[in-house]
Design a protein around this ligand. Structure first.
Ligand SMILES: [Zn+2]
Length: 590
């Protein structure tokens, strides 16, 4: 959906960036700026800086930067629109109807209401006469009354229009029910219910809204085991984590991630308050970002089949990148956590958790599992592959422990592994040293700027551009004194051209730019925040400085043109042409 630009500006103006960031980061005032410890990277000396005059922030340590919208996005792992909605709500600003709402005539709020009414109706149906079979099924799976109430479990009746009739009588329109993925229009033009004869588990957000349903078949002959709400204006499957609304209070210590909601419910019932689930899929990057907000430790509880193991491996990678440590729970003697608890009880499951493989164990087993060790040459491959993983461990003690374990599993001496690990470490060190040197060189040339890739090949030009843009971003009203000399042509780098074109309109009308605009990539927003930060902490942002920078950029352009002429001209003609060029310059200047 699109939020109008002036509403966005109003949200940014009405939210005091200093107060907002202070809620998450203790800030200390130092002159006109405030600083604190960066919430986006680990640091001892505070390099996170808030600039109230430009309503921006920038971390000199990790390069994160932007305005209050970027901050709300990053700290709450929200997307652009969600962050704006949150800020709007807090400052009492009403966002005009979105395009979706305008076009479809359906307001989001109505979808939430329809979902809530549906959850209520399904729950009543489960408790009523028609729900007897469903209730029996839940009992047979060991789900208690208390759990049914706690999770708001319900029953979608075996009817084509029971839900439709209820919602229709409550005033919900057909387009609303279609947008909510509750009913659909059939070929005969009549509306019918999507969830029929199914146990319905409401999908509840961390803020308590019903977003949709995951519905399990009651008749084993039905083709699909589960019918889940597909993406709607209020629900995105790849982002949703089931039962996080309950687990979030307990998540500080650890979360247990399962593959389906029934597993998560069974675990909660057995006293595992940190249980959550995806809806039968591997963890997505969006979900892992959400999870990382709540915990630093996750148990991955997947089916022991190869799909489950691949899902676990993917999950480990995503979570490790976000600094969340993960352990893989290996379920044997049962097909899933639900069955395991029934067989071995909560204590049994607790033991299973404590014996869970850490990331490294899991990777070792995974490598070895894929190699046929009865062939003795393969053992060499196994040793080498495992050593590569172990070589990356920083602690010697860890390397020792895992080397012994790997040696045992592969059936070689521990020395064989240790030696191979050392060899890999030496090789990595040599490579690392080279990379470090290269990195340092790039950094000194300004190539550390991911957003401005041309800076490496033209550092001088890039620095001039950045200064000019920084001044304009802080004082857009200076643009009118540039005499029309600032155009797309004056910029050398793609980044410079892009930033100028994005904010040109703001410069022309002299209004404060919204640097978190969707027209820029996140790293570009940070880079723009950096330009502002640098100009704020050093240098004068006056008309004179701006004009000097324009002069310098124009001179560079001329010099480059001359250089090009020299290098492109034929040896014999070169002097002649250069002479002509110099003459022409003289004439121009006189
Ligand atoms: Zn930082």
């Amino acid at each position: 959906m699109r939020i109008p630009e002036d509403t966005i500006s109003e949200i940014i103006e009405r939210t005091n960036i200093e107060d907002y960031i202070s809620r998450y980061v203790p800030l200390k005032r130092a002159g006109s700026v405030l600083s604190g410890s960066c919430p986006f990277h680990n640091e001892r000396t505070p390099s996170f800086t808030v600039f109230p005059n430009t309503r921006s922030y920038y971390c000199f340590g990790c390069g994160a930067g932007g305005n209050v919208v970027s901050f709300a996005m990053a700290i709450n792992s929200l997307d652009y629109v969600e962050a704006l909605r949150l800020l709007a709500r807090e400052s009492g600003i009403t966002i005009p109807e979105s395009q979706f709402e305008q076009e479809s005539g359906v307001r989001r709020a109505r979808i939430y209401e329809a979902n809530k009414e549906t959850a209520r109706f399904f729950h009543q149906s489960l408790m009523g006469d028609g729900g007897r079979k469903a209730l029996e099924y839940l009992k047979s799976r060991g789900i208690t009354q208390t759990t049914i109430r706690r999770f708001g479990i319900g029953y979608a009746p075996d009817s084509w229009d029971a839900l439709y009739n209820v919602l229709h009588s409550k005033g919900f329109t057909d387009p609303e029910l279609e947008a909510a993925f509750l009913c659909k229009k059939g070929k005969n033009g009549r509306m019918f219910d999507i969830f029929r004869n199914r146990i319905a588990f409401p999908l509840i957000s961390t803020s308590g809204d019903v977003l949709g349903f995951s519905a399990r078949r009651l008749n084993e002959e039905d083709e699909r085991k589960y019918v889940n709400t597909s993406d709607t204006p209020v629900f995105k499957k790849s982002k949703f984590v089931f039962a996080l609304n309950m687990a979030k209070a307990h998540s500080a210590s650890e979360l247990i991630m399962c593959e389906g909601c029934v597993d998560a419910i069974a675990l909660h019932q057995a006293g595992f308050d940190g249980a959550v689930a995806t809806l039968g899929t591997a963890i997505t990057p969006e979900q892992s970002r959400t999870l990382a907000k709540y915990t630093k430790k996750i148990y991955l509880c997947y089916d022991s089949d190869s799909a489950g193991q691949t899902a676990a491996e993917k999950g480990i990678k995503l979570l490790t990148q976000l600094g969340v440590s993960s352990k893989v729970v290996k379920i044997s003697g049962a097909k899933d956590p639900d069955e395991y608890i029934k067989k071995y009880g909560a204590d049994g499951f607790r033991k299973l958790l404590s014996s869970a493989d850490g990331e490294i164990d899991f990777l070792i087993r995974k490598i070895i599992g894929g190699i046929d060790l009865t062939i003795s040459e393969n053992k060499l491959t196994a040793v080498s592959e495992v050593s590569k993983v172990l070589a990356e461990l920083d602690s010697l003690a860890q390397r020792e422990v895992y080397s012994s374990r790997a040696a045992e599993l592969i059936g070689v001496s521990k020395d064989a592994i240790s030696e191979s690990v050392s060899r890999h470490r030496r090789a990595a060190e040599r490579k690392g040293k080279k990379e470090f040197e290269k990195k340092e060189m790039m950094k000194s040339l300004g190539a550390g700027d991911k957003a401005n890739k041309d800076k490496l090949s033209m550092p001088g030009e890039a620095i001039l551009e950045e200064k000019l843009l920084g001044i304009l971003l802080i004082q857009p009203d200076l643009y009118k004194f540039s005499g029309g000399r600032i155009t797309d042509d004056i910029f050398f780098t793609q980044f410079g051209k892009k930033v100028f074109s994005v904010f040109k309109g703001d410069f022309e009308s002299g209004v404060e730019p919204n640097i978190s605009t969707e027209l820029l990539l996140p790293e570009e927003v940070s880079a723009v925040a950096k330009l502002i930060a640098l100009r704020q902490s050093q240098g004068e942002n006056t008309k004179e400085t701006m004009l000097k920078l324009i002069d310098a950029l124009e001179a560079k352009k001329k010099k480059n043109e001359a250089d090009e002429l020299i290098s492109s001209a034929d040896e014999s003609k070169r002097a002649e042409e250069l002479q002509k060029y110099i003459e022409s310059l003289k004439k121009k200047n006189s």
